[in-house]
Design a binder for this molecule. Structure first.
Ligand code: TMP
Ligand code: MG
Length: 310
């Protein structure tokens, strides 16, 4: 079949930005055209100009599996080889009180911020009293039921193959996060982690948490303090950002002179209440989508163009 020139070029444009995964029913986009323009620009610049910044809990890990919530890195610590029954009860009470605040659509990040500091501080204080042994963390992870989103291997492996840095930026527990990624066999050399790391004494017993506390709504500070100085991320002005909280949007604030930023938000919980704010804030919103299909499709598109790898 032959088409007039105008139709032909429209078809070329369409096929050029065709990411079939964006047609999934789970996908919401306020400005599809803008997303497509950004995708084309990022594809043109290629893998050599790209970095990926991702949240961990409930972004790279699944939200639920077989009707059960998948544990966050903090919740993986809820194992009898690490903490006692009393600590479990107290951590659960704190979760039940503060988590609804974290995801409350009627409060601003500024309003939530001091309460998040309170939550994390109380939990870390409880954990420090438990004499947690570093040697026991791997077993706790193995027995926790934690699971990364379907298609995670493709995501991690493709980034490694193309030598695109993946910065995992988490308000969870770094030691646990690393163990989850290691046990999933995807801790490739291009993976960098910014998170709350445990500080162990000479006997391998938890005594404190290192550095500045990272919680869901102060990732901007962490980005400016840590990510901005990571040499592997320099000279890569295009960012694919993945998160599940509005606070995750500030994870790219440490990128010097960003050219193109494409944000993907997983909307896991309180869908109706939060849909509007997520669609306003993220370029692509994935509603109750437990897979990496869309990030993988986007990544395949961006990295399959003529842009040169470094
Ligand atoms: P993230 O930045 O990797 O998503 O990690 C932060 C998540 O951890 C956040 O959504 C709340 C969750 N969390 C718990 O599940 N239990 C806890 O005790 C704390 C302090 C946080
Ligand atoms: Mg998260």
């Amino acid at each position: 079949m032959t088409y007039p020139i105008a139709v032909r070029s429209a078809l070329v444009m369409w096929t050029k930005t065709n990411v079939p995964e964006l047609s999934k029913v789970s996908v919401l986009m306020k400005q599809r055209t803008k997303v497509e323009e950004t995708l084309r620009a990022m594809q043109h610049a290629g893998a050599g100009n790209l970095q990926v910044i991702s949240d961990f809990d409930m972004t790279l890990t699944r939200f639920a599996h077989c009707g059960k919530r998948v544990p966050t890195t903090h919740n993986i610590l809820d194992h009898r080889i690490l903490i006692d029954e009393d600590c479990t009860q107290k951590m659960r009470a704190l979760l039940n009180f503060y988590y609804p605040i974290e995801i409350d659509a009627s409060q601003t990040s500024e309003q939530k911020l001091p309460l998040m500091v309170e939550w994390w501080t109380k939990v870390h204080h409880l954990l420090i009293q438990q004499n947690i042994q570093r040697d026991m963390l791997a077993q706790a992870v193995r027995e926790s039921g934690v699971i990364l989103r379907d298609g995670y291997e493709v995501f991690f492996d493709r980034l490694a193959e193309l030598q695109v840095p993946l910065l995992i930026f988490s308000a969870g527990v770094g030691d646990i996060l690393e163990e989850v990624v290691r046990q999933s066999r995807v801790f490739h050399p291009n993976v960098h982690v910014i998170s709350n790391y445990m500080d162990f004494d000479d006997h391998g017993v938890l005594r404190a948490f290192k550095g500045h506390l990272i919680h869901t709504f102060n990732k901007r500070e962490g980005a400016l303090l840590h990510a901005a100085n990571l040499p592997e991320l320099q000279g890569r002005p295009n960012v694919l950002l993945l998160g599940d909280s509005l606070g995750d949007l500030t994870m790219a604030d440490g990128v010097a002179q960003p050219h193109h930023l494409l944000t993907v938000g997983f909307l896991n919980d309180q869908v109706e209440e939060r849909k509007e704010s997520y669609v306003e804030a993220f370029d692509i919103v994935l509603v109750k989508d437990e897979t990496m299909e869309v990030p993988n499709g986007v990544l395949k598109f961006i990295t399959s163009g003529g842009g040169h790898a470094k």
